[in-house]
Write a protein that binds this ligand. Structure first.
Ligand code: SF4
Length: 327
């Protein structure tokens, strides 16, 4: 049988596990090899995931499983994403979905966020988690690479309330050379689809000399879908196979984002200490409505929230924010 969770559409068998090595065929059904096995669970601030327009300042239970369906050469999570998941199992936590949700409640988390690896490699466990989370009134969010099939995207839409979709680059050459996929088209389709019904943010990790020349084109695409989509441009420090690559130059990227800032009012440039591009400004009067500070390496924090009821307190402009600002 073919797995239709992502665009690799791998052939699965009883002992054939697909590219991600996370599923096997049980008759005509794709089953998880390692259900309800979690690589981590910890309390994070939602800004550090990053989500900037979702319950600002709130605590979330961040979790993940193992493996991935991409081969990013710069992966900063290779020890989880690229390792054979069978070899990871001795280091994993076995929790039922109910137990994980109970922990989220006990730790006073506003949401549960799947942020370590790609959710399409663990969809049945995440569906079970969503049922329990829904019963407890806890919304779920995730980071995803957006390579899901249309059917799996609908499944993701039924599981998660909010998404941060990674759009790493548009050019086929970049996607083939740095990610290992043929085209970004499935990712663009996923962004368009989820933006119709869900809160989405988009993240682009910038790798100097690889995708920094595409920033303007990526901004045009996002603005065409919805100019109010928050866009995170992350200064990525390449790891894994690109560990020796040049670190992205902050001023150079800042200049490259000049045009994009006119198109996307909620554009952020961060993942380095002291970024000046982490506040949300009112698109109408430019008053800072959500102020943050960046400690780099996903250490962003809320500093001040001046957006009660999702409106700029100076001019009344509606600001795209999930939640009412209460923690
Ligand atoms: S989720 Fe895994 S097994 Fe299924 S198509 Fe994608 S890579 Fe292949």
């Amino acid at each position: 049988m073919r797995c239709n969770y992502c665009e690799w559409r791998c052939e699965l068998g009883p002992d054939t596990y697909g590219k991600c090595r996370m599923y096997y065929a049980d008759g005509a059904t794709a089953r998880e090899r390692f259900p309800e096995m979690w690589s981590t669970y910890e309390v994070s601030r939602i800004e550090s995931i990053p989500f900037y327009h979702v319950y600002p300042g709130s605590r979330c239970l961040a979790t993940g499983t193992s493996s991935c369906n991409f081969d990013c050469k710069y992966c900063s999570n290779a020890f989880i994403a690229k390792q054979d998941p069978a070899e990871m199992q001795g280091k994993m936590y076995r929790f039922t979905a109910r137990k994980l949700v109970e922990m989220a409640v006990k730790l006073e988390c506003k949401s549960i966020v799947f942020n370590v690896n790609e959710p399409t490699v663990s969809l049945p466990s995440l569906r079970a988690l969503a049922i329990e989370a829904d019963a407890a009134g806890i919304p779920m969010g995730c980071l995803t690479n957006g390579y899901s099939t249309p059917e799996a995207t609908e499944l993701l839409a039924s599981i998660f309330t909010f998404f941060n979709i990674s759009l790493k680059g548009l050019a086929d050459e970049f996607n083939r050379g740095c990610i290992g996929i043929h085209s970004a088209q499935p990712i663009l389709r996923t962004i368009r689809r989820l933006a119709e019904t869900h809160h989405i943010e988009v993240t682009t990790p910038v790798i100097q000399g690889a995708n920094d020349h595409e920033l303007d084109e990526i901004a045009r695409f996002i603005a065409d879908v919805d100019p109010e989509i928050p866009w995170h441009v992350l200064r990525l420090l390449p790891e894994d196979e690109m560990k020796g690559a040049e670190y992205p130059d902050i001023e150079r990227i800042d200049r490259a984002l000049h045009g994009a800032r006119k198109r996307l009012p909620y554009l952020y440039f961060h993942n380095f200490v002291g970024s000046q591009w982490v506040d949300t400004l009112c698109p109408n009067c430019a008053t800072p409505v959500v102020e943050r500070f960046s400690l780099g390496c996903g250490g962003d924090r809320l500093q001040r929230f001046s957006c009660a009821k999702g409106k700029c307190q100076t001019c009344g402009q509606v600001i795209k924010i999930l939640g009412d600002g209460s923690l």
